[in-house]
Design a protein around this ligand. Structure first.
Ligand code: WT7
Length: 664
């Protein structure tokens, strides 16, 4: 029985907790409340329950080797292949079951059964081998939401070549940087694709990236999106391009033996923004990562083989890697993949697809929920949406948005699960097991069993547990899905994530603590609430962008002498970047700067990082030692009072800037 709105509202205002619907509890994968104590009592062996969900070629000898922190090793001595776990092992029972239903933006659609996926992945693995990709070569993949993307990832996994997927919305420069960092010999891309009805020439981005990159890939494998694009996109095979279609013709029906990978062998690299201008390649291992995402997909997302599951993320980000490709496929479920955005061809496309494919589990971002809310519940009315599980990820969700999601998408009888994690953590870290714990809208909830989040104060000491004290969110013990290192840069791995709160000269794992970069608070009931980034990283519509990356993009404009970027609160996107720029003395026309800065950011990073405002000012607020006070700018952006400005070199600067902001 759907609960009526009044009940939900009372639950929210009176006790702040929302109990999981009885029908959900009755069928959930995780129902034993004793799991937390059991995991606590048996750490790290508890994580054998994660690994037990996979098929291993060799069983591990040791669950965790922590003798060389923070270079932990999980399921040491074990070996397995990720593509076998995601495909081959399902064939005996369910080869005709759909693995992906794909909907193209232009109305194309495809149903890919596990047997089809097996064939495509094997053929693509043969193509990769034919262009001499060997085990451990990093293959860079720049593909949009088309079946070729998961197929290519799994083909890489089959032959033991780590993939580095670069989100299709990244610019040529961003692709070039990632290509260079990974020194990939092979790049996989597509001639074009559709976005809001437009035909995008993706090969042109690739051409430009090849010009910009220092690395000279020997081969660029070019998929063909469809024939309708042929007139607007060049698809000739010219050096280093090789048409995938031609190779596939030679590889038709080929089967490629899966490489048995050591549990610690890398499965992929995923670049993410950090506190410097250079993105970091988070390197994920095969065994621990796959075990973590499979277990959490099963117990947090409640995925079952017979379900139809839809996660609206792009596979080019970590959410798509973990919870579209590896987790759900390891469990042998059916997933929906949609090429387009949620407002194209119309604002009810999400609900139309939920009805058409009878989606049971729907997973999206708070930004999307706020957008759905703004568009109105009327859009849902014509469709029969019958989901039992709703998930959010990427940003805090406000209780109002949570409630709207529960009522209008969930119909009052679905659970709504907030999941906190990061590119670095591989999979869920703080989230409730939905049949076991009540939800508290606005709070991510409890730690995943076995995971140990703690709040540290500025001095690096733990605050009292459950003391409602805000501080730095850290993870005190290693977990299976954790990143292995920063690709090619162990020192950076240590300095970015561990150095702040660890004793770096110690080899006692108790002295090592992972810094998440987020602020958080643990309430007296034990629920964690995430407050947002504490470092120079911002979260724009669930996409993570480094302020340093934006600033260095802005200063590529010749007329810009200096730039500072702040996050302005935005009701829709959570936050948007504001860019404050100081023109060079010789600049003839400062009024042309804002447009040039927007263009520079779009071409250096991508249009998803487009700034909200570009404010031209005479000077930036600086301390006497010359440090830009970004906090002050952030207060100006958000129209807040400025507090103490006495440490400024020139205390009149903030007021001057405020005038510019009001003018812009
Ligand atoms: C950052 C990680 C994890 C997949 C998507 C983003 C923020 C993530 C939540 C949440 C509040 C959240 C944090 C985190 N974040 N989930 N449920 N509540 N904030 O991955 O790009 O690596 O970004 O996203 O700030 O550090 P990512």
């Amino acid at each position: 029985m759907p609960r009526d709105d009044a009940t939900l509202e009372t639950q929210l205002s009176d006790q702040e907790y929302v109990r999981p619907p009885t029908q959900f509890v009755g069928q959930a994968n995780a129902t034993d409340p004793g799991i937390y104590d059991r995991f606590e009592a048996t750490y790290p062996d508890c994580f054998e329950e994660f690994a037990a969900l996979l098929d291993w070629d060799d069983h591990w000898d040791e669950v965790l080797d922590d003798s060389n922190p923070p270079f932990y090793e999980w399921f040491k001595g074990g070996s397995l292949n990720a593509s076998v776990n995601c495909i081959d092992r399902h064939l005996e029972d369910r080869k005709n079951q759909t693995a992906f239903v794909w909907e193209g933006e232009n109305g194309d659609s495809e149903r890919i059964a596990y047997q089809d996926l097996y064939r495509r992945v094997n053929e693509m693995a043969a193509v990769l081998e034919s262009v001499e990709v060997a085990e451990d070569d990093v293959v860079t993949v720049h593909l949009p939401m088309i079946p070729a993307l998961p197929v290519t990832m799994l083909a890489c996994a089959r032959i033991g070549a780590p993939h580095s997927v670069v989100f299709a919305g990244f610019s040529a420069q961003a692709l070039a940087d990632r290509l260079d960092d990974a020194a990939s010999d092979v790049l996989v891309t597509v001639d074009g694709y559709y976005r809001r009805g437009e035909k995008l020439d993706h090969k042109a981005t690739c051409d430009e990236a090849l010009d910009l990159a220092e690395t000279d890939p020997e081969t660029v494998l070019l998929f063909n999106r469809d024939e309708a694009l042929d007139d607007s996109v060049t698809i000739e095979s010219d050096d280093p391009y090789v048409l995938v279609e031609d190779c596939l013709a030679d590889c038709a029906g080929r089967e490629v033996d899966p490489v048995s990978r050591d549990a610690e062998d890398p499965l992929f690299v995923m670049y993410t923004s950090g506190t410097t201008g250079e993105p970091k390649g988070c390197q994920h291992r095969t065994g621990g990562y796959l075990a973590h995402v499979a277990w959490t997909a099963k117990h947090v997302l409640d995925v079952k083989p017979d379900d139809t599951y839809w996660c609206t993320a792009d596979i080019g980000w970590i959410t798509g890697h973990s919870y579209i490709v590896y987790g759900p496929l390891a469990l042998g479920t059916t997933s929906v993949m949609y090429e387009g955005p949620p407002d194209h061809p119309h604002k009810a496309i999400s609900w139309e697809l939920c009805e058409r494919y009878d989606v049971d589990i729907f997973h999206t971002s708070p930004t999307a929920v706020r957008m759905f809310m703004k568009w109105g519940a009327d859009h849902l009315d014509p469709y029969d949406v019958d989901v039992r599980h709703l998930t959010t990820v990427g940003e805090p969700i406000q209780p109002e948005a949570w409630q709207w999601y529960a009522e209008h998408v969930g119909g009052g009888d679905a659970v709504v699960v907030d999941t906190w994690w990061q590119t670095e953590t591989g999979g869920h870290m703080i989230t409730n097991l939905p049949a076991i714990q009540d939800m508290k809208p606005g709070s991510a909830g409890h730690a995943v069993p076995g995971v140990q989040p703690t709040i540290y104060d500025g001095a690096g000491d733990p605050v009292d547990p459950a003391s409602d004290t805000a501080g730095n969110l850290v993870i005190e013990r290693p977990w299976p899905g954790m990143l292995q290192t920063v690709y090619g840069d162990d020192d950076r791995f240590v300095s970015e994530y561990w150095a702040t709160f660890s004793e770096t000269d110690s080899d006692d794992p108790d002295d090592w603590v992972y810094k998440a970069g987020d602020g958080a608070v643990q309430a007296s009931d034990g629920y964690f609430r995430i407050l947002g980034r504490l470092d120079d990283v911002m979260n724009v519509a669930g996409h993570r962008i480094g302020t340093m990356e934006l600033e260095s993009a802005a200063t590529t404009v010749a007329d810009v002498a200096e730039a500072a970027v702040t996050a302005r609160d935005d009701p829709q996107k959570g936050s948007v970047p504001d860019v404050y720029v100081v023109p060079r003395a010789e600049c003839a026309d400062p009024s042309a700067i804002p447009e040039a800065v927007v263009e520079a950011i779009e071409s250096e990073i991508g249009s998803f990082a487009r700034p909200g405002n570009v404010i031209v000012c005479d000077a930036l607020p600086k301390t006497r030692s010359g440090k830009i006070m970004r906090r002050l700018l952030e207060d100006i952006s958000n129209g807040e009072s400025l507090g103490d400005t006495t440490t400024l070199r020139d205390p009149s600067v903030p007021e001057q800037i405020r005038t510019h902001v009001q003018e812009s």
